[in-house]
Design a protein around this ligand. Structure first.
Ligand SMILES: NC(=O)C1=CN([C@@H]2O[C@H](COP(=O)(O)OP(=O)(O)OC[C@H]3O[C@@H](n4cnc5c(N)ncnc54)[C@H](O)[C@@H]3O)[C@@H](O)[C@H]2O)C=CC1
Ligand SMILES: O=C(CO)COP(=O)(O)O
Length: 338
């Protein structure tokens, strides 16, 4: 039995706290809002994020971050990418001794173009962290709390820490693999959201299954192209954090990124979509970051470019698809590798 705190009481933090509590660990979940942590403690539910889910009674919640940090030997960080630096800076002041820090979020910071482990390494002094670990893969919170079979991967520069986190989470419905490629796992998890948004748009335009298959396949090609140029293993992108997560996010009714794209394809504005969701849509900011990374690494990422033009340059979704389809002739495999 380990003492674990989950930082962030949204859908994913709550679902992972559910798994860890079911595995017999002593779990405390931290959320910003007292009404929400009271609801978890008194009613064993978190209705705003996970409807109709009864949480284990052993799972306790707090809105006091200091208490959550003191409680645990392992911290799971589950706040949106946008809030990760702020949380990192607070943890830096609160952490008295080194702990394993596992982040489970999927994004890249625009402008700095930093991945989450890089941001955390900048914000948290080395003496306060035993290891930085990322957990990623095809895993919608709504299905995890139904105990439906789910697989994820964990990666860390510290392979012993990765194995410890694998053991911490593994159970009959939550299967965890290890992967040594931290860069690839973080890029795969973040960049699939961009393609899932685009897939939502083609569904919103009612372009059907051929278009969706094209998006997933060519989307994976451009993610892999960038990732390999940045130094990741190409094999990671055909694994759980790459293809696996892209398939689930581009197809699932649970995906906020797919839903956002779907609404855009049906004619809503980006403002209407983000205001209406009530949950994080990581793909929007990550599209900005991916667009900048493509420029920096001189990698062709036409789907990212097309989505960027819709989100930030006022192009109509249909116009963006027409542009994609009318580009010059390409070789499929050369394009994939270079
Ligand atoms: N929902 C899911 O099924 C999965 C989500 N993820 C990733 O997990 C991360 C968190 O997503 P969700 O829990 O789904 O989001 P969510 O929108 O359901 O909840 C986010 C939570 O973080 C809090 N929050 C927002 N900004 C914050 C800040 N600056 N500081 C502290 N707390 C803040 C919100 O109040 C809310 O409680 C995202 O990067 C997402 O891509 C990964 C796998 C599955
Ligand atoms: O990453 C996820 C599933 O693996 C969740 O995706 P959404 O943020 O689009 O819901």
């Amino acid at each position: 039995m380990k003492k674990v705190s989950v930082i962030g009481a949204g859908s994913w933090g709550t679902a992972l706290a559910f798994v860890l509590a079911e595995n017999g660990h002593d779990v405390l979940i931290w959320g910003r809002r007292k009404e929400q942590t009271n609801e978890i403690n008194k009613h064993h539910s978190n209705q705003a994020y996970l409807k109709n889910c009864t949480l284990p009674e052993s799972l306790k919640a707090t809105s006091n971050l200091e208490l959550a940090v003191e409680h645990a030997e392992i911290l799971i960080l589950a706040v949106p990418t946008k809030g990760m630096r702020e949380i990192g800076a607070q943890l830096n002041t609160l952490l008295q001794q080194p702990k394993i820090l596992v982040h489970v979020s999927k994004g890249i910071e625009p402008d700095s173009l930093k991945r989450i482990t890089e941001m955390l390494a900048e914000e948290i002094r080395p003496e306060a962290r035993k290891a930085l670990v990322v957990l990623s893969g095809p895993s919608h919170a709504e299905e995890v709390v139904l105990r439906h079979p789910t697989t994820v991967t964990v990666a860390s520069a510290d392979s012993e820490a990765a194995k410890e986190i694998q053991t911490l989470f593994m159970n009959s419905y939550f299967r965890v693999y290890t992967n040594e490629d931290v860069l690839g796992v973080e890029l795969g998890g973040a960049l699939k959201n961009v393609i899932a948004l685009a897939a939502g748009i083609t569904d919103g335009l009612e372009y059907g299954d051929n278009a969706k298959a094209a998006l997933i396949t060519r989307g994976l090609a451009e993610i892999t192209r960038l990732g390999v140029k940045m130094g990741a293993s190409p094999l990671t992108f055909s694994g759980l954090a790459g293809m696996g997560d892209l398939i689930v996010t581009a197809n699932s009714v649970h995906s906020r990124n797919w839903k956002a794209g779907n609404m855009l394809g049906k004619g809503s504005s980006l403002e209407e979509v983000t205001e209406g969701m009530g949950m994080v849509i990581e793909g929007v900011r990550t599209t900005k970051a991916a667009h900048q990374l493509a420029k920096q690494y001189e990698v062709s990422m036409p789907l990212t470019e097309a989505l960027y033009s819709v989100l930030f340059e006022g192009h109509e979704p249909k116009e963006a698809v027409d542009w994609l389809m009318s580009r010059g002739k390409k070789k499929e495999i050369d394009e994939f590798l270079n």
